[in-house]
Each structure stands twice: as C-alpha cells, then as structure tokens.
Design a protein around this ligand. Structure first.
Ligand SMILES: NC(=O)c1ccc[n+]([C@@H]2O[C@H](COP(=O)([O-])OP(=O)(O)OC[C@H]3O[C@@H](n4cnc5c(N)ncnc54)[C@H](O)[C@@H]3O)[C@@H](O)[C@H]2O)c1
Ligand SMILES: N[C@@H](CCO)C(=O)O
Length: 383
C-alpha cells in the first residue's frame, strides 16, 4: 500500500485570492461521493480539462475522491473513480483529512464537490467554507435541512468569501435556482411556484399506462440513475418537498420540510424497512398504483406529481390533470417549473427540460465549479 502523508487539520482562512495575471488559475478539486453523479462529474472534468486550460487558463487538478468508507488521494482517475477497489492508494475515509489534503496547496483554490446524498457530508460545509474551501453540490440536504445549519453555512461563506453552489439540487442541469436568484436579486418578488420537480416521478407517470407493473418501471428508473439512492425519497414526495424548500428559501422564505404538506405514494408497511427490503417488496406498490391509474382514467385525466408553493403554503403530491394541461405534455424526465412573480404575473416564467440523470446533474455541478472559478478571475466569455 502506498503511504500518504498525514495532512494538517483545517484552519479558518479566507478563500484563495483572485489569481495573478500570469499563469493558469489552478483549482484543486475533491469529489465526495463517486456514485452515478460523482463518476459522471469525474469523466466530465477529465474530458474538459485540456480545453479549459488551453482556452480559459484554468487548470483543474482532481486531488482526491472519497466515498463513505474509502478515500483516494492524488492517484490517477481510473483509481479515483471508485470503481477500482483494488487500487493501491486507498485509505479509510476521513472528511476532515480529505478536505485538508485538497486544500493544502498554498495560494491555490480548492473546491469540494459533494455528490453524496448525505447529511454527514452536509454537516461539514460550514467548516469547509470557513476554511476558504468552495463547495459545489447537487446534494439537497444542506439547503433543505435545518434552518440553523443552513444559516451557519451562509455565515461561514460570508465570513471567508468562499462560494457554495447548489444549482443541481433543483431540476438537475436546468437553470432553476439561478433563475430564481436573478429574479429576486433584481428586485422581483416571487408570488408562487408550481411545477413538476421530480424527474423520476415525471418519467414514471409518463410511462405508467398499465402495460408494465409500476414496480418494474421504478426498477428501470433506478437503473437509469434517475432516482435518489433510496427511491423512496422520490416516491414519498420528500425529494420534491426538499426542492420546494430550497426554492422557498431562495425567495427569502424561512420554510422547512415540516411546513410542506406531502402526500406519499409509499404504502405504510414499506415506509420504514431497509432499502434492500423495500426494493424486494416493490411489487406491493403495483395494486394501489394500478387503482390510481384506473381512477385517473375514469376521471378522463392523467396522473402527474405536482408541487406548489403559494406564499408560505407548500404542498406536494400526485394529482389527476386534464389531457390538455401543460403538465400532461411534458416528456420523459421533464421538470416544469412555473415562476409567478410581480413581473411575470400575466404569464409565468417557465423553465422546462430533463430534470434527472447523472450526466445532466454532473454538468450542473461542473458549471457551479466554473462559476466559482469565474468569480476568481477566469475569463469565460466566448469573445
Ligand atoms: N441522479 C440524479 O439524477 C440526480 C439529480 C439531481 C441531484 N442528484 C443528487 O446527486 C447526489 C448523488 O446522486 P447519485 O444518483 O449519484 O447517488 P449514488 O447513490 O449513485 O451516489 C452517492 C454516493 O455518495 C457516497 N456517499 C454516501 N454517503 C457518503 C459519505 N458520508 N461520505 C462520502 N460519500 C458518501 C456513496 O458511497 C455513493 O458513492 C444526491 O444528493 C442526489 O440527490 C441526483
Ligand atoms: N431523484 C431526483 C433527482 C433529481 O434531483 C429526481 O428524480 O428528480
């Protein structure tokens, strides 16, 4: 086994300064969670690195990858991507040592990309940001978790000047968070949000016509990387509730998950078992879902999973929409997010497109990383 020097602990320091005029801007990157999104991100980083160095003077250096048990530090990508468990260079995971390793290059930027769905990782954001390490993530836990932790994270970023990017938390690669932020920052006011915020549920209800059992479709969505690590997060509506909380907070509302009325699709018997047991017993959802489909057809409509935020009232659940409704015409994993604001009052501003999948989500994380680099002085225009 290759020995790796023990890295010093994190200490508070300001985010790396804007680069000097000569030489590339070096960004040291650590990827936490080399699952579907994390692996896609590693591939995208590897592919884009030569062009970014050549055209933008940005040098991306992947310094390490950590899952919940192992971390790989400064080895080549084949080993880093987590698929090579026989790699010589792994050591037991420790996120403090991991962050210190990625950030341990004086005067250079460090960015941690959290591609887990873990609260344990989100608990580290405030310390990382306070230490001047930028964080980019599609993990919804921080932005939709306890308000106390969220405020601590914001204060840490404020104090050091480090950035937190979380565009991928809502709508995967779609510009949803940034669109809302731009509206609010330019003086608009959010009146309501209505939409389909789950790629998985959109895909399931687009496909569910009774010819294939609902459980088989859930397994397919899981295999394609659309679902959360535990598909119950999608089917319970909690993943969508998290997205609604993120949007509400972006608009200045101190909303929490407890404030969202969530109608779950999970039979009570399956709510608390292990994920593996749930996947084995998925067939128990088939009969209740077939009944819902029959009811929707009898009413002359189609099933869609809809989220609403109106003032501080937030709700998430399945509903029957008329065949002519815009939500009935969304395709595949399409998310639809309709922002009604003071400016967009006669006709809502709509963001629509694929809302799940490792590639598009990884691209949102990557774009957040590039925005951080842009804020630090990298030229990103095409002129
Ligand atoms: N898949 C999508 O379409 C999509 C879209 C938008 C957002 N997201 C978000 O992206 C994240 C990743 O999704 P995924 O589909 O890649 O899931 P995944 O299950 O494939 O990967 C999760 C990874 O996180 C790692 N992990 C778990 N706990 C950890 C810990 N404590 N420390 C370090 N690593 C840990 C796991 O080992 C795994 O490698 C989730 O937060 C999800 O909500 C996913
Ligand atoms: N599982 C989520 C991923 C995107 O957050 C969805 O299907 O929408």
């Amino acid at each position: 086994m290759v020995s790796i020097a023990i890295v010093p602990p994190l200490s508070p320091r300001p985010a790396a300064p804007v680069r000097a005029v000569s030489g590339p801007l070096v960004v040291n990157v650590g990827v936490v969670g080399p699952g579907k999104v994390g692996s896609a991100l590693l591939s995208q980083l590897r592919l884009a690195a030569p062009r970014l160095l050549r055209d933008c003077g940005l040098e991306l250096r992947v310094r390490g990858v950590s899952d919940s048990r192992h971390m790989w530090l400064d080895c080549d990508d084949e080993a880093l991507n987590g698929r090579t468990h026989g790699a010589q260079t792994w050591r037991p995971a420790a996120l403090d040592a991991f962050a210190a390793h990625v950030a341990g290059h004086h005067g250079e930027m460090a960015v941690l990309a959290d591609c887990s769905a873990s609260d344990v990782v989100a608990d580290w954001y405030a310390a990382w940001l306070a230490a001047g390490i930028h964080v980019v993530t599609p993990n919804k836990r921080a932005a939709s978790g306890s308000l106390e932790r969220w405020r601590r994270i914001g204060a840490a970023a404020q104090s050091s000047g480090a950035h937190l990017g979380y565009e991928g938390t809502v709508g995967a690669g779609l510009p949803v968070v940034q669109t809302l932020r731009d509206l609010v920052d330019t003086g608009d006011e959010l009146a309501a949000v209505e939409g389909m915020l789950s790629g998985t549920l959109a895909w399931l209800f687009n496909r569910f016509d009774g010819s294939v059992p609902f459980s088989a479709l859930v397994r397919e969505a899981h295999a394609m990387g659309y679902t959360e690590p535990d598909p119950r997060d999608d089917l319970s509506g909690m993943d969508v509730a998290r997205k609604l909380v993120i949007l509400a907070r972006e608009a200045g509302l101190a909303l929490s998950l407890d404030d969202v009325s969530v109608a779950s699709l999970i039979p009570p018997d399956l709510a608390d078992c292990s994920r593996d047991e749930f996947m084995e017993r998925l067939g128990e959802m088939d009969a209740p879902m077939a009944s819902r489909l029959a009811e929707a057809r009898q009413a002359g409509g189609v099933l869609r999973h809809v989220a609403r935020l109106d003032g501080a009232r937030a709700s998430v659940g399945i509903q029957v929409v008329e065949p002519g409704h815009a939500f009935a015409h969304a395709r595949l994993t399409d998310n639809v997010v309709r922002f009604a604001t003071r400016r967009y009052c006669d006709n809502a501003l709509v963001v629509q497109g694929p809302g799940a999948g490792p590639e598009v989500t990884a691209a949102a994380v990557f774009a957040d990383l590039l925005r951080v680099a842009g804020a630090m002085g990298v030229k990103r225009c095409a002129c």
